[in-house]
Design a protein around this ligand. Structure first.
Ligand SMILES: Cc1ncc(COP(=O)(O)O)c(C=O)c1O
Length: 413
């Protein structure tokens, strides 16, 4: 049967990101991948989890359907966890989702009519663009997503303000990853966080604060979450266990005013009824034994060593007149800018085969494929320290070779 005439108009907005192709190429033997965003599997606290499995696995309730909002002991643990981080919420303001990706999907479904505009940081997390397109786009060509540039202090809220002054309709929401941005690796300054809240009040839009990386910090000098400064219920906050424990659990959480969480619950009932009970029960026990805070401290040390190894290698091998890079204070990525080189030249399949190193070209994180051409995202969480060293050495060589081949600014991506 030929299904091509059966697909919905909406489904035509779905396309696989070319990051997937790069990740595929990066799996070839001998290639060092600085492309993905995976946690290091050596961080998974398997022994402690096995200990918990032995106990939790005896409880009948963990094999049962549960309420959509999430396994109650986990939600209770999460409220305590968030309280310590300055976010006060009640049980009905928190819903557990199947990854924060599901939170993003639900929010897009609930908040965006076709033709409604969402603002995002530019560059941004590609996984957020997909649901925003799916629900907001007027057509394949008019996506109704607009980018606000970032710099070393996160989203440029002056540009946002300028734009808000000019447009007839404010966006439905502004999506931000203020702490250790993906892909930019930067942190939004406290002043900008405050200004964003002020603008949201003045122009009446909500803020979607996506915070998967906030716990992985190598310094205490990081501003509080925007949610913790919000006293109007304007911020919808997404957190996840994917990076602070293990992504295979697919357990995340959204904190928002009850009006929103109630709707997320109904949308989840249409999607998957509820997030798998077993994983939630294991995490609840992991938290109640105090293991999560310990684990987070361990992760900070662990990834700091990798961050340092990466920066050290960049310092050794990169030509500083050509390459500039962000020195991340947390998270899993850095962001580089290479003068006079379209980074597709060093990240396509043939380049990966040739140079045996993979990165994600900047264009992958922009709304139009002719932006971010000189940029690239470099991951340091997954490779070993030795691989980081060799990977950066290979990257420096690839940059040098491809730059010496002359003008490549018109390479199509
Ligand atoms: C900014 C951002 N948001 C959301 C996600 C999705 O996380 P989860 O595994 O909880 O679905 C990711 C994953 O890499 C991410 O980088």
């Amino acid at each position: 049967m030929d299904y091509s005439d059966f697909f919905s108009e909406r489904s035509k907005l779905l396309s696989s990101s070319f990051i997937r192709d790069i990740l595929q190429a990066a799996k070839q033997p001998g290639v060092i991948s600085l492309a993905g965003g995976l946690p290091d599997p050596d961080t998974f606290p398997i022994e402690k989890l096995m200990e918990i499995h032995n106990e939790v696995g005896k409880k009948k309730e963990v094999y049962q359907y549960d309420v959509t909002s999430g396994y109650r002991p986990l939600r209770e643990e999460l409220l305590k966890f968030l309280e310590k981080r300055g976010i006060s919420a009640s049980l009905d303001e928190l819903v557990v989702t199947t990854g924060s990706q599901q939170g993003l999907f639900s929010l897009a479904l609930l908040l965006l009519n076709r033709g409604d505009v969402a603002y995002v940081e530019h560059p941004t997390f590609v996984g957020a663009l997909m649901p925003f397109k799916l629900f907001g786009a007027k057509s394949m060509d008019i996506l109704n997503i607009e980018g606000i540039p970032i710099d070393e202090n996160g989203m440029d809220v002056d540009v946002l303000e300028e734009k808000l002054r000019k447009v007839e309709e404010p966006p439905k929401f502004v999506y931000t990853i203020p702490t250790f941005q993906n892909p930019g690796g930067v942190v939004m300054s406290i002043d900008r966080r405050k200004k964003l809240l002020d603008l949201a009040h003045e122009y009446n839009f909500s803020i979607v604060e996506d915070d998967p990386y906030g716990e992985i910090r190598f310094t205490d000098d990081v501003p509080p979450s925007i949610k913790s400064m919000d006293n109007e219920g304007r911020v919808i906050y997404l957190g996840t266990f994917s990076k602070m424990l293990a992504p295979g659990f697919r357990v995340a959480f959204t904190v928002a005013p009850k009006e929103i969480t109630e709707k997320i619950i109904v949308s989840k009932q249409a999607m998957d009824l509820h997030t798998a009970t077993y994983g939630q029960a294991v995490i609840a026990e992991f938290m109640s034994r105090g293991f999560l805070e310990e684990h987070i401290s361990f992760l900070r040390e662990f990834y700091k060593k990798k961050r340092d190894a990466l920066l050290n290698a960049m310092d050794i091998y990169f030509n500083k007149d050509v390459v500039k890079w962000v020195k991340p204070k947390g998270g899993l990525f850095t962001w580089i800018e290479v003068e006079g080189l379209n980074t597709m030249m060093i990240s396509g399949r043939s380049a990966v085969e040739k140079y045996k190193v993979a990165i994600v070209p900047g264009a992958a994180f922009y709304l139009s494929k002719d932006e971010g051409l000189n940029m690239a995202r470099v991951n340091y969480s997954y490779p070993s320290i030795d691989e980081l060293h060799t990977g950066v050495k290979r990257l420096a060589y690839a940059i040098e070779m491809e730059r010496s081949r002359g003008d490549n600014s018109s390479v199509m991506v």
